[in-house]
Design a protein around this ligand. Structure first.
Ligand code: FMN
Length: 438
């Protein structure tokens, strides 16, 4: 039997594909969340482990110093709050995990711990938190700060934040609710305690005022790729959102995380590396190629990609000539992993122009274009070489269409199931157990 791997989807609560002939007739209604409910139900039918909703909290203006690009191309603006959408998805599915992104830089720890506990109870244990520290000064300015702390310092804050919220989730013993009618006692007060946390960045008295949720703590996802990010993720995460350049880069990333986990006494098998991939499948290989061309040749594709990249890295990519290589030494206080990944391109030797790098970005490290059988085999080969643990789908060009969702859920996934590589049923009740099943 081949080793099974996990499948998730990395998406955002943004307008789906609206500016093409494949736009859904109800696309203008996306803010009501129903488009994404349809998506989650298709995913659950297809055996996905989880859907993960990304988030940032600002309208970017890094590209050319204006909001025009972001708003014109709906390049992550608008973007709606993932947590209420997560609750709606949870209410309309019954098995699949649902993960929302919330930032340690902006949510007060008590509010976040309480929200996660409440939602995990509503989800009966299927909820996850994608831990991010945010990467944009523009977001910080929406919360009364002049800017974000320096990159590594953000991780120091996140580390302490993680400790406070964990202590809050642990402030009730799992068996604190007794609901004992003979003594007329709902909760045993000896099993609920203050945490009296006083750290460098946070203080919190506690206890939490929610009952322990089915998972006690939400399932933790994290995406740090820098050395500091990897150190944090290997200590905290149940699953890591990973971007690798080719199979070698993926293997290096996974081996490094597993080594770091073992070094601090964690079982490496408890951390699943989920690699972001952007496959395109079609009835024939030529159909799939034509679909890639359709996405890449959209008049907004290049500028929209650069607006997105500028917003994650706060580098103004409009200042550079599209047909020249980028200057040496670009650095960011934003998403370092994302910048490095972009600059590496598809890993082939030689200096690339900015235009070439943008086109290669759509491949997300592995070029996956073909029939469902061809792409499934490619994924299988990559996983075998890397060693595990799974993939996160992200649509090339971002904006989702029902067409694309169907091609993955009713094309690629059944093929992977036939090959025995992904789940065909859900046997566990919580997301953490689902991820640890294999
Ligand atoms: C695939 C991927 C998804 C991410 N999703 C989010 C997100 O939803 N919100 C956010 O603020 N940051 C997100 N990030 C940023 C990471 O959480 C992290 O802050 C960033 O990569 C900087 O960490 P690093 O420098 O250690 O790579 C994402 C990063 C990657 C690579």
């Amino acid at each position: 039997m081949p080793k099974k791997f996990h499948m998730g989807w990395f998406m955002n609560f943004i307008p789906p594909e609206w500016d093409t002939d494949l736009a859904s007739p109800d696309v203008a209604l996306w803010p009501n969340g129903d488009f994404y409910v349809d998506m989650a139900q298709s995913m659950e039918r297809a055996g996905f482990d989880l859907i993960m909703i990304e988030d940032t909290v600002m309208v970017a203006d890094a590209y050319g110093g204006t909001m025009e690009g972001a708003l014109k191309h709906s390049a992550f603006a608008p973007k709606h709050d993932p947590l209420p959408l997560a609750v709606k998805l949870i209410a309309n599915t019954s098995k699949m995990g649902v993960v929302a992104t919330m930032s340690t830089s902006f949510y007060p720890p008590y509010l976040l711990a309480r929200a996660c506990s409440t939602v995990d109870s509503i989800a009966e244990g299927r909820f996850g938190w994608n831990i991010v520290s945010s990467a944009e000064d523009r977001a910080a300015q929406n919360f009364g700060l002049a800017g974000l702390p320096e990159h590594d310092e953000r991780y120091n804050v996140a580390q302490e934040y993680f400790e406070v919220v964990t202590r809050l989730w642990d402030s009730w013993d799992a068996d604190a609710v007794v609901m004992d009618r003979s003594t007329h006692t709902y909760a045993d007060f000896t099993k609920v305690r203050t945490i009296d946390f006083e750290g460098q960045y946070f203080t919190s008295r506690g206890p939490l005022n929610t009952v322990p949720s089915p998972q006690l703590r939400p399932t933790f996802l994290q995406a740090g790729a820098s050395p500091k990010g990897r150190a944090f993720a290997s200590g905290a995460a149940d699953a890591i959102i990973a971007v690798g350049t080719g199979v070698e880069g993926m293997k290096e990333y996974r081996d490094d995380i597993r080594r770091r986990a073992a070094d601090i006494g964690r079982n490496p098998d408890d951390i699943k590396l989920l690699f972001v991939v952007s496959p395109t499948v079609g009835a024939t290989a030529a159909d799939a190629r034509a679909e890639v061309d359709r996405v890449l040749n959209h008049p907004s594709y290049i500028e929209k990609s650069l607006v997105n990249l500028s917003s994650n890295t706060e580098i103004d990519f409009r200042q550079f000539d599209l047909d020249e290589p980028l200057p040496e030494g670009l650095t960011t206080n934003g998403e370092r992993g994302s910048l490095e990944h972009f600059l590496r391109g598809d890993g082939t030797p030689g200096k690339k122009t900015l235009r070439e790098l943008v086109m290669q970005r759509a491949k997300r490290g592995l070029e996956l274009v073909g029939t469902p059988a061809q792409v499934a085999q490619h994924l299988a080969d990559a996983m075998e070489e890397v060693g595990g643990d799974g993939f996160l789908i992200s649509k090339p060009g971002w904006d989702l269409s029902r067409n694309y969702i169907t091609s993955i859920c009713d094309g690629l996934m059944p093929e992977l199931q036939r090959m025995g590589l992904v789940r065909t049923e859900y046997t566990k009740s919580t997301l953490r157990e689902t991820l640890r099943e294999f």
